[in-house]
Design a protein around this ligand. Structure first.
Ligand code: MN
Length: 398
């Protein structure tokens, strides 16, 4: 096997993600997030959809002014006003990409757009040609690609590459594909399109069935070299492929997934937290990589293992993704060893007899509490030493 292939990370947190209910950001919030994405090392930031609103357009312009290393992309339909507005917003960018999209499935053409395949093909080509007048970096997305007729899709892809598209994105817009479908879909198209070698193929997977990350990886294995993803997996409906999960899958399983990204993984956690703060939408506790439970252990057997060697229950280190430390949560499922370990960390050396008392008090208190904090533990030990009785009632102040 040769050198690992480089996969381009196209972040769409500020476009597809921001479009989701509850995730709206104002212009300063978007600029702050874009700076964090720059520090994280993403290759491309999709900053917005300028024709959608003046605020969207202004956010793209401000990001283009403030963030100079990554390529700044703006979304537009195939109408010329859309493309011109995207170009206007992107004007200050060091490096800009116009991302134009049009649906190619018969369902979308008939039910939504009410146009024929011929008009679709002509519009796609005209849009790419117009976009190329503003920048050399043009992406075309065939919306609902995975439910499009493959023969027609091949014609569209070949035509837009001839017209100057440098990236061809084939979204699973509705998150319908399975892993096998996705692999075959991309492998077949890349093999069939005669000028496929002149463009980068890209995947944009949605998580309606919880398969967005798995499908994106299958696409990469089939020859795709750009993945579109978001921080915390936010996006329309169930969201997009999660950036942090993709990056860490390539890193942790490099043995079977020999792909590199430019992402600096220790910045993942703080980027995830920043998004949660800016949008006031918390990250789900058990979210892979960045959830507060992703490196937390409560079960006694697990805590015992992690204390002896973290590798017993952790496939990556918390510091690899910027999580504070592995958290041994004291609760109803904890064991004696974890209680002792936590006390030692707090500078409390316990005799065997004291440990037995403190452990019983922790278990009793945990009947009423989700988790036992360091303050609780200190009070239990102090009370035991003062009175010989380990407090284990709800009267222990929190
Ligand atoms: Mn999408």
């Amino acid at each position: 096997m040769g050198n690992p292939a480089r996969v381009v990370i196209f972040d769409t947190t500020l476009r597809d993600g921001e479009q989701a209910p509850g995730y709206t950001l104002d212009v300063p919030g978007k600029v702050a997030m874009a700076r964090a994405l720059d520090a994280l090392g993403v290759d491309i930031i999709e900053a917005g959809f300028p024709i959608a609103s003046p605020a969207d357009s202004e956010a793209v312009r401000q990001i283009a002014l403030a963030v100079r290393r990554p390529v700044i992309a703006a979304l537009c339909r195939t109408r010329s006003q859309d493309i011109e507005e995207a170009a206007r917003a992107l004007k200050p960018a060091e490096r800009s990409r116009i991302h134009t999209f049009l649906a190619t499935s018969d369902l979308h053409l008939r039910a939504k757009l009410r146009i024929t395949r011929e008009v679709c093909l002509e519009s796609a080509v005209a849009a790419v040609r117009l976009a190329r007048q503003f920048t050399d970096d043009v992406e075309f997305s065939a919306e609902d690609a995975t439910r499009s007729d493959p023969d027609f899709l091949c014609l569209v892809i070949e035509a837009v590459i001839d017209a100057g598209a440098t990236t061809v994105n084939l979204p699973d817009t509705v998150g319908y594909g399975t892993v096998d479908d996705t692999y075959r879909f991309f492998a077949d198209l890349i093999a069939r399109v005669p000028n496929a070698d002149r463009a980068v193929f890209s995947a944009h997977c949605h998580d309606d069935l919880g398969l967005a990350v798995a499908n994106s990886i299958a696409a990469v294995q089939a020859g795709v070299r750009q993945v579109e993803c978001t921080i915390n997996g936010i996006g329309e409906r169930a969201g997009n492929a999660s950036l942090e999960e993709l990056v860490m899958a390539f890193r942790v399983r490099h043995d079977s997934l020999p792909f590199d990204t430019g992402v600096h993984s220790p910045a993942l956690y703080e980027t995830s937290q920043l998004l949660a703060q800016l949008t006031s939408e918390p990250v789900q506790a058990n979210k892979a990589i960045v959830g507060r439970n992703a490196f937390a252990h409560e079960a006694g057997i697990h805590q015992d293992g992690v204390i002896k060697d973290p590798r017993t229950y952790e496939i990556m280190r918390p510091e690899d993704v910027g999580q504070p430390v592995a958290r041994l949560v004291l609760g109803r499922h904890s064991g004696r060893h974890a209680v002792q370990n936590r006390c030692e960390a707090l500078g409390l050396q316990l005799s065997a007899d004291e440990l037995a008392h403190v452990y019983n008090a922790v278990i009793a208190l945990a009947e009423h509490r989700k988790a036992i904090g360091d303050g609780d533990l200190r009070r239990i030990v102090e009370r035991l030493r003062a009175t010989g009785v380990a407090t284990h009632t709800t009267s222990v102040a929190s």
